[in-house]
Unconditional design. Sequence first.
Length: 163
Amino acid sequence: MSYGIDPAGADHLYFEDVPLDHPFVTSGRTVTEADIVAFAGLSGDWNSLHVDAHTAASTPFGGRIAHGLLVLSIASGMTTRLPVLHALQPSLLGMTGMSCTWPAPTRIGDTIRIELTFIKAERTRSGTRGLVTERRRALNQDGAVVLDSEWSLLVAARPKVVS
């Protein structure tokens, strides 16, 4: 099912068009040591769990793991390339909130894919926009969930046609 999304990118989705309860899945992306080091430098988070192989080996994880916020950032970037989000982008007015958990670690060499599902849509009182809740889950190559998040978005409604 295409959900009205033209692969050529000509379609534009509004609040009313958001396809609820249908998962959209990205291709995979392997998390590398370079990703972790670059994120540590960018964020200033040089926690030993992420950058010190000797210290991280003595933790319950048994080695270095990716920053949770790195995994969240990768998930954000990967989902923006999905055709459904590309079509929704012109109507996107902003993000109003987010919550996330990391049920399992992401290790160097893990390949993750992101599953995005729109789970709720409520029109605002003005009727000109709506709040959309989407769930983004990152799964590793073994199917383990390494990120579970909900994002709240403010999305424009279809403009009324004046005759």
